[in-house]
Design a protein around this ligand. Structure first.
Ligand SMILES: [Fe+2]
Ligand SMILES: [Fe+2]
Length: 192
């Protein structure tokens, strides 16, 4: 349903459960980054009026998630602060073709796959976290991230032929799975 080409291994779930505070802090940064990516696209693609409202709505929702994750961090006695990101997003963006309009298509689809992976991992976390409140929080969020995946794919389909979108999405999904097959770094929402 999410067009991902691989499943998150149990090992990632076990490592995430062993260091949930770091995963939550990284998650807050991911929500902030998701909002900032949507806003950057609004600035870059002003000649695509159909993208403006979905991207704006998405940025607002990601900032709400950012606030909600910070609340969870604070409730657990932690505080928001800097954290080195995983290299996942950067390694994925390497596959974005530079000339337009391919750049727009690839960027929207890379964003869709990041949303899909977030959704898949939030589902795993919602099923594995012993704290019922935090598990319910992830269960609530994963529906939004699934919607964001579909939203980015729909934005791509509004600007490009649907068949081109589907075939490029599958190519990029294979590359995303390859990125996650690289050796594991420190635990992060999108780490190997
Ligand atoms: Fe989000
Ligand atoms: Fe999202």
């Amino acid at each position: 349903m999410l067009d991902l080409a691989s499943d998150t291994p149990d090992d990632w779930v076990q490592r995430a459960l062993a260091d949930l505070d770091t995963v939550l802090l990284d998650h807050a940064h991911c929500e902030k980054k998701a909002a900032s990516t949507a806003i950057n696209l609004i600035f870059r693609y002003q000649d695509h009026p159909g993208l403006m409202q979905p991207l704006s709505a998405l940025a607002r929702e990601e900032l709400e998630h950012f606030e909600q994750v910070i609340e969870r961090i604070t409730a657990r006695g932690g505080r928001f602060g800097p954290l080195t990101p995983s290299t996942y997003a950067a390694r994925l963006h390497v596959h974005v073709r530079k000339p337009e309009p391919a750049r727009l298509l690839d960027t929207l689809l890379v964003c869709s796959l990041i949303e899909a992976r977030s959704c898949e991992r939030m589902k795993r976390l919602s099923l594995a976290i012993p704290d019922p409140d935090l598990a319910a929080f992830y269960k609530g969020l994963l529906a939004s991230e699934a919607r964001h995946f579909h939203g980015y794919v729909e934005m791509a389909c509004a600007a490009f032929p649907r068949d081109d979108v589907r075939s490029r999405l599958h190519e990029l999904a294979d590359l995303e799975a390859e990125v996650l097959r690289e050796p594991a770094g420190p635990i992060r929402m999108h780490s190997s």
